[in-house]
Write a protein that binds this ligand. Structure first.
Ligand code: ATP
Ligand code: MP5
Length: 511
């Protein structure tokens, strides 16, 4: 007898690597509480970008505390469901969970033999987390008969022992040894799941049919919400395998995802027993942000810019009253040029605004800019005259704002104009506080007085509220563009304050 007849080659599983949204069938029992079974499978497959289908093997009456009843419909009807699917739909991978009876297992085996799906993952569900029996022990032979149709079997520690007809492994080394034994005996890949063993790490091992072992480790998450971890993991692996064609990578990715789903499970607050994992945590992370969370994100994003501004010579000298008049004059002249363009961009925000309140707010901001520009010329530039064409920073900043105003959405325009309000108000707040502590006549005193204006602080708060509203209404992609527009403007704010020293260099003499 040759090695090939002893160990027939593992079934070819051609990788359908190009499919972003593989079509995955879950053949499993229903858990009405949504944490395990087909309900968990559908969420897990969807969370990974698969198109989820489900052929129901059994109905359970269960919740997070346990299984109260099980009803297994006729196996012939399951076969009818499966035939309906394969007659019409290309199936990229199959995940098998609770089967409930030997007849059901035989029906599934017959269908697999006929259909030969590209990838088959079998989670040999025997006992629920609650301890309730989900597979009669006499069905074991029928379950083992499914292994020749299986590419990956994913037993937990007790199931691994049961599949081998041995006592359950007492430690990880024994579990891996049992995994190798099962893999060799049935020429099948085995994912040994170590969740039931004690310890601060949750180990899993992917054992190839040839005995090669790949180990995966994750920190144990201290939560009671472990209902359906096995179901969710096996569906995730089936979906990822159909996308990548790589079992090791699929297990690695699925396990990392499961850790996130366990970590964020507490937010769901489902049931008093073993609750579900948070299958959609990745998706909900990109869902509409709550209230002011988007503006807080942008404020945190620009922490380096805020820090940079207060380290600039211009700001330090302005606060100390030692700023050279040429630097001040250059800044004022550029500010006047900037405000003219900024006013038009605010008018654009007004034109795009979804509500009348926002329309009025931005229109009045646009007018306010022109008033300030006029006052700059009247009160300051007459005293600090300077010949200054538009400098490079002013040009870049204005170009950026105008580009967003031209092509961006309302949210993007608001995000682009906001740093001018917000960082200016912040600089005003800090400089004004410094100025109040200043002893003696400050050369820029009356200018600093106007800096920390209450109305301006109020307008800034209103603008921030509008930004959060636009972020909530926008898509994830739009929020990403808003974040980018804000970040560019925040950096230009730094450069704008730095421009006088960069353009003019060190002054010859102090004022
Ligand atoms: N508390 C935990 N923290 C991190 N990972 C865990 C935790 N519990 C289980 N896992 C992981 O979840 C997966 C399922 O493991 P487990 O050994 O519990 O299988 P199972 O008993 O079939 O699951 P189920 O709870 O659905 O019955 C494995 O990858 C395991 O490492
Ligand atoms: C329908 C169904 N399928 C599988 C499980 C196992 O999941 P768990 O071991 O987490 O209870 C379950 N409880 N119900």
């Amino acid at each position: 007898m040759t090695a090939t007849t002893l160990f027939p080659a593992a079934r070819e599983t051609p990788a359908t690597t190009a499919r972003r949204h593989p079509r995955i069938v879950s053949i499993a029992g229903s858990d009405p509480s949504g944490g395990a079974g087909i309900q968990a499978d559908i969420k897990s497959i969807s969370a990974h970008g698969g198109y989820a289908m489900a052929a129901i093997t059994a109905l359970t009456a269960q919740n997070t505390r346990g299984v109260q009843q099980v009803h297994v419909p006729p196996a012939a009807f399951l076969r009818a469901q499966l035939d309906a699917l394969s007659a019409d739909i290309t199936i990229d991978a199959v995940k098998i969970g609770m089967l409930g009876s030997a007849e059901v297992m035989e029906a599934v085996g017959g269908w697999l033999a006929q259909t030969r799906p590209a990838a088959v993952v079998l989670d040999p569900v025997m006992v629920a987390t609650s301890g309730d029996v989900l597979m009669p022990p006499e069905a074991l032979a029928a379950l083992l008969a499914l292994l020749p149709h299986t590419d990956l079997v994913t037993p937990n520690i007790p199931e691994l022992g049961a599949l081998l007809g041995r006592p359950e492994a007492g430690d990880w080394a024994q579990a891996v040894a049992q995994g190798r034994e099962l893999a060799a005996a049935h020429n099948v890949r085995v994912l040994v799941k170590g969740g039931h063993l004690p310890g601060e790490a949750c180990l899993d091992a992917l054992v190839e049919a040839d005995g090669t072992v790949h180990e995966f480790t994750a920190p144990r998450i201290h939560t009671a919400n472990t209902h359906g971890t096995g179901c969710s993991l096996s569906s995730a692996v089936a979906t990822l395998q159909a996308q990548t064609g790589d079992w090791v990578e699929s297990v690695r990715t699925a396990k990392a995802w499961l850790v996130g789903a366990l970590e964020s499970s507490a937010v769901l607050e489902v049931g008093a027993g073993a609750g579900p994992v948070n299958h959609l945590h990745g998706l909900w992370g990109s869902a509409a942000p709550a209230l002011d969370s988007f503006s807080r994100l942008l404020w945190n994003d620009c922490a380096p810019q805020r820090q940079a501004i207060f380290g600039l010579e211009f700001i330090r000298e302005l606060a100390a009253g030692t700023l050279h008049r040429d630097h001040f004059a250059y800044y004022l002249a550029q500010d006047a040029l900037y405000l003219g363009a900024y006013s038009r961009v605010l008018a654009r925000a007004s034109a795009l605004a979804p509500t009348e309140a926002e329309q009025k707010f931005w229109a009045s901001g646009a007018q306010g800019c022109l008033d300030v520009e006029l006052a700059l010329h009247r009160d300051w530039l007459s005293r600090y005259p300077i010949e200054s064409p538009q400098g490079p920073v002013t040009k870049h900043y204005v170009d950026h704002l105008q580009a967003v105003a031209f092509a961006g959405t309302y949210g993007e325009v608001v995000a682009a104009v906001l740093p001018c309000y917000w960082l200016y108000a912040e600089v005003g707040r800090v400089l004004h506080a410094d100025y109040l502590r200043y002893d003696g006549a400050h050369p820029y005193g009356s200018w600093l007085e106007t800096y920390a204006d209450d109305d301006f602080a109020q307008a800034t708060a209103t603008a921030i509220g509008f930004l959060d509203g636009a972020a909530r209404n926008g898509s994830g992609a739009e929020r990403a563009r808003m974040r980018e527009a804000f970040a560019h403007s925040a950096q230009y704010e730094v450069d704008f304050f730095d421009a006088p020293h960069r353009q003019l260099g060190a002054p010859a003499a102090r004022p």
